[in-house]
Design a protein around this ligand. Structure first.
Ligand SMILES: Cc1cc2nc3c(=O)[nH]c(=O)nc-3n(C[C@H](O)[C@H](O)[C@H](O)COP(=O)(O)O)c2cc1C
Length: 398
């Protein structure tokens, strides 16, 4: 998604300026061509050398550069940019942009570009809350700028409040969302489920499974990167919410079913990458079950079959995590649950299944036709699943 993209990274003068070096590094690692502009104030906090080394490209420190090769170079960056990301964005630069000034290289580039503008503010909470900043931010939002953060937390001043620069993953997520906003899922609503459910036994114990949620989260990111509005219904997992994705947290299968029913009331496709429990205790004990001399026999009842109970004309994609007879079991599931596509994964295979960064899957459609995909990252698996969703949506629209 970022490979080959021209990203201009504007850095303002802030205690958080050093964090922009991490963003420059991660963007470069993702294949983007990163042109860094440091404001005069930023150069008091960080050096051009660090950014030149990280991006392996020239760094812009002023618009009157005597080394400029063309007279038009001062606006060349603005023309070439696929996106302009300002992180950290200071109160001063935000004000400069709101007024449409072009009195330094960063403001000039912002004024001269038609590329998406992303601002990640960082400043003291009182500066952020000030009516002047509020009004400037509202003006920029009104012109289409995407404002990422700021986060709340401990600030450099020692106070706590809103004003922290968002983390690098959030910056990159927002950038990918902006770059993909006109993708082939633009205007579509996609619901993705992820993670395992927890069925309580007593106030401290539950029956769960080993699903990490990584596959569903990767699909949610991939759908966002193709322009979809994404709702992610997630079991309890240890993963950060992908930037720009609406997340609904649930614990039990019944909660997941209710959240998915609500989210799919208006959606184009549902991708069920979650691993909801098939069985649950009939009721949770109200007190912790004590150890006694003898063992404990549990009786379990089936949980609600989430996908089979859903009505609606949206595209339905299920997952089948199997340890044996992968294709036969997956084909049976398609027919039983009225699915359009099933993603069958052998959770016993190397590099596939729960907790891994990669997955090895076979896509099986309603006709029973199989497409075996090679071992690849869960994000790339998500992209291939979405290729099929796009095709299925196209057929429905026609
Ligand atoms: C130690 C220090 C930290 C600063 N941190 C911030 C900050 O986080 N956010 C901000 O808006 N201004 C901060 N400032 C003030 C800016 O550097 C100053 O407003 C400057 O004019 C910003 O210019 P620029 O937007 O061109 O980089 C800080 C100043 C100092 C001395």
């Amino acid at each position: 998604m970022l490979a080959g993209k021209r990203v201009v990274l504007g850095v303002c003068g802030s205690i958080a300026s050093y964090k922009a070096a991490d963003a420059a590094s991660k963007l470069t690692q993702a294949g983007a061509l990163v042109d860094v502009i440091l404001t005069a104030s930023a150069q008091r906090f960080v050096s051009p050398l660090a950014f030149r080394a990280l991006t392996r490209r020239p760094v812009y420190t002023g618009m009157y550069d005597p080394a400029a090769t063309t007279a038009e170079e001062h606006v060349e960056l603005a023309r070439a940019a696929d996106a302009l990301l300002i992180a950290p964005a200071s109160a001063t630069t935000i004000a400069r942009l709101a007024f449409g000034l072009a009195d330094d290289m960063l403001a000039l580039t912002a004024l001269a570009t038609t590329a998406p503008l992303l601002l990640a503010p960082a400043m003291d909470a009182q500066m952020w809350e000030h009516p002047a900043t509020r009004s400037n931010v509202a003006t920029l939002r009104g012109r289409g700028a995407i404002v990422v953060g700021p986060d709340e937390g401990r600030l450099a001043s020692g106070r706590t409040g809103a004003g922290r620069l968002v983390d690098t993953a959030t910056l990159l997520g927002a950038l990918r969302q902006a770059l993909g906003s006109a993708g082939d899922l633009a205007g579509r609503r996609i619901v993705v489920s992820a993670g395992g459910t927890q069925e309580p036994l007593d106030p401290v114990r539950y029956i769960g499974n080993r699903s990490s949620g990584k596959m569903g989260f990767a699909i949610a990111e991939a759908a966002r990167d193709r322009g979809a509005a994404v709702t992610l219904v997630s079991g309890r997992v240890a993963l950060p919410t992908p930037s720009g994705v609406e997340r609904v947290d649930v614990a039990t299968t019944a909660e997941m079913a209710a959240a998915i029913r609500a989210a799919t009331a208006a959606c184009d496709a549902l991708i069920m990458a979650a691993a909801p429990a098939d069985f649950r205790p009939p009721a949770a004990a109200s007190q912790k079950i004590k150890r006694a001399g003898e063992g404990l026999t549990l009786s379990l009842v089936p949980t609600e079959d989430i996908i089979a109970g859903l009505r609606g004309s949206f595209v339905k994609v299920g997952f089948a995590a199997e340890t044996q007879d992968l294709r036969e079991n997956a084909r049976g599931k398609i027919a039983r649950k009225g699915l359009d596509l099933i993603v069958a994964n052998d959770v016993g295979a190397d590099g596939a299944g729960f907790g891994t960064e990669t997955n090895l899957v076979t896509l099986i459609d309603a006709s029973g036709a199989c497409e075996e995909l090679p071992l690849q990252s869960k994000y790339d698996v998500g992209m291939r699943v979405l290729d099929r969703v796009v095709a299925l949506l196209g057929v429905r629209r026609a």
